[in-house]
Design a protein around this ligand. Structure first.
Ligand code: BTN
Length: 259
């Protein structure tokens, strides 16, 4: 890793996020590591960061591929007393914090795509993998894994149309340590709302950056394709769509806007 744990700590202004830092050159997956910490009872605020992942995990069983040393790959371990029903909203919490940090750092508008993507100029710049652990129907911990394409400028051909990075957008290289400090600061600030159980502001901020509502969309779920108009979000973050057969509530899937 191009910076030490101490260097990262020095620029951190946070109270919770980054209380403990685990910095790796290479690891299987920062989410897997943060889950091990969670199971071992590590206090909330621990953040695992790696320069490279050999088994980076994406949503829907996919893998997350990122060139070594050019991106941000980290997972935060949190223990809010969020109810099981509302625990999916932690993805929106992280998305808003990342969006704000990217907007401030790159000076460009950032779009939030349901449920967990962050886009710039219509292309994916960041993904979030939320892994919640429950005990007796109570959230015991949440691992929020964030992958952000920062300085990587080449992507596999099959992804090129759909993926971007901060460097590709603005033509300059970013200081990854500073960017991480900024993201953790935004997460720390917004975590106060999470602790209060107040997701209203988070959802408002998220909705302000989401351009899907009122549009016709498709949602791919495993081998099923749903088609309808995106109507609204429920309080728990699930998506309500108008299909030819009535309204339907969707909890996961890959959304595309029909142009
Ligand atoms: C997605 O868009 O499918 C979610 C991608 C999440 C990737 C990040 S990278 C850091 C953390 N560790 C993982 O193994 N995955 C997440």
């Amino acid at each position: 890793m191009s910076w030490s744990k101490e260097e990262l700590q020095r620029g951190l202004t946070t109270r919770i996020l980054g209380r403990k830092l685990f910095v790796f050159d290479s690891i299987d997956s920062t989410n897997a590591c943060a889950k091990t910490l969670g199971d071992a009872g590590t206090e909330e605020g621990a953040v695992v960061i790696a320069d490279y992942q050999t088994e980076g995990k994406g949503r829907l069983g996919r893998s997350w591929l990122a060139e070594p040393g050019r991106n941000l790959l980290f997972s935060a371990l949190l223990r809010p007393s969020t109810s099981v029903e509302m625990s999916g909203l932690l993805t929106f919490y992280a998305a808003v914090a990342i969006a704000k940090a990217l907007e401030a750092s790159a000076g460009v508008p950032v779009e939030c795509k349901w449920p967990n993507d962050i886009l710039i100029n219509g292309k994916k710049c960041s993904g979030i993998l939320l892994e919640n652990s429950f005990q007796q129907n109570v959230l015991s911990y949440s691992v929020i894994g964030c992958g952000i394409n920062v300085n990587q400028c080449t992507f596999p051909t099959e992804l090129r149309d759909r993926v971007t990075s901060l460097a590709l957008i603005s033509g300059v290289e970013y200081d990854r340590k500073q960017l991480l400090q900024k993201i953790l600061a935004e997460m720390d600030l917004l975590y106060l709302s999470v602790l209060r159980g107040d997701f209203e502001r988070i959802l408002d901020e998220w909705l302000r950056r989401c351009h899907m509502f009122g549009k016709d969309i498709t949602i791919r779920q495993h081998n099923q394709l749903l088609v309808g108009k995106a109507l609204r979000l429920n309080d728990d973050g699930s998506l309500v769509i108008q299909t030819p057969n009535g309204t339907a509530t969707v909890y996961a899937g890959e959304v595309s806007i029909i142009l």
